[in-house]
Design a protein around this ligand. Structure first.
Ligand SMILES: Nc1ncnc2c1ncn2[C@@H]1O[C@H](COP(=O)(O)OP(=O)(O)O)[C@@H](O)[C@H]1O
Ligand SMILES: [Mg+2]
Length: 291
């Protein structure tokens, strides 16, 4: 199975949301990492064939996915970012309903619903209405509905949004169990969410893939650019204004800054081991928006 993106492009009027993106995906877990506005949702909607590209195409084993119709949809599971809920449905009713939309036979749908409610840890609230659910519980039902047809291609748009730390761990485990021999693509703007899950990360900025690779490969690119610098409290603000400060902590009246810089930022700066977040900050800078 090979999903390829060939110069995939989407314009909204004069706005270029996705710009000539190329990739070739075989089974594995792929992380799409980028700030809000980078083009992740637009790209994923094209991957799901629910949005037409302006130019370029998505091919599954050489076939254009928009021309495959139901045979592509049968292979696909999708959690949209703006996932719509039916507040008056119970968790179980909702999954039965989505299963019916996907054309899954009733008996099979019931069995699968039960199984998935257990997988996402919602079996005890199967008969509770969705309007009583927390954000994390809704997100888990969203993940369950994407898995109903046992998709070979699973596309999750910001699946960890709203999950608490315990739910994140559960999600991570669920995904590693599921991902075997499948193409899983998830987007996030949270670096730590992707670090532990993805085999390969695509860094997306302004509609383009600016870099991709495994987490160690990407992290190595920030090697030698991460520094720890201890300064008196009164100098902390000045450093935050003039340098890319990834992190800071206070210790005994002093401030320890984690600085991303090509060169040693000060005489007493100590080199540190890089993590993926350092690379992200290095390429995205400390900008608030990347639209
Ligand atoms: N329907 C739309 N019409 C016009 N512009 C849009 C539309 N959807 C998204 N955009 C713009 O396209 C860019 C990419 O958006 P999006 O794909 O939602 O990015 P992300 O999911 O990474 O936050 C943003 O600048 C956004 O404002
Ligand atoms: Mg989005």
């Amino acid at each position: 199975m090979e999903l390829s993106l060939d110069r995939l492009t989407k314009h909204y009027g004069s706005k270029i949301a996705v710009d000539q993106v190329n990739a070739c995906l075989t089974p594995g877990v792929y992380g799409l990492l980028g700030a809000n506005g980078a083009g992740k949702t637009t790209l994923m909607r094209m991957l799901c064939a629910i949005m037409e590209s302006t130019s370029g195409e998505v091919l599954l084993d050489g076939k254009e996915v928009t021309s495959m119709g139901a045979s592509y949809r049968d292979l696909l599971g999708y959690l949209p970012q703006d996932f719509g809920y039916y507040p008056n449905y119970t968790a179980e009713e909702f999954l039965h309903y989505i299963a019916a939309l996907k054309g899954i036979p009733k008996g099979k749908a019931r069995k699968k619903t039960k199984e998935l409610l257990h997988t996402v840890g919602l079996d005890t609230v199967a008969k509770k209405k969705l309007k009583t659910f927390s954000g994390g519980m809704k997100q888990r039902i969203g993940i369950a509905q994407a898995l109903l047809n046992n998709p070979k291609i699973l596309i999750l748009d910001e699946p960890t949004a709203g999950l608490d730390p315990k739910e994140r761990v559960r999600f991570r485990n669920l995904l590693s169990d599921y991902a075997d021999n499948k193409i899983v693509i998830l987007s996030t703007h949270i670096v730590s969410d992707i670090e532990a899950i993805a085999d390969e990360v695509f860094l997306m900025k302004k509609g383009r893939f600016i870099m991709h690779g495994s987490v160690p490969e990407l992290t190595s690119k920030a090697e030698g650019k991460v520094w720890e610098l201890t300064v008196p409290q009164k100098e902390s603000r000045k450093w935050q204004e003039q340098a890319a400060v990834a992190n800071l902590r206070h210790e005994e009246g002093q401030v320890i800054l984690r600085i991303i810089s090509d060169t040693k930022p000060a005489e007493n700066a100590i080199p540190c081991e890089a993590v993926l977040e350092d690379l992200y900050l290095y390429y995205f800078g400390m900008e608030k928006e990347n639209v």
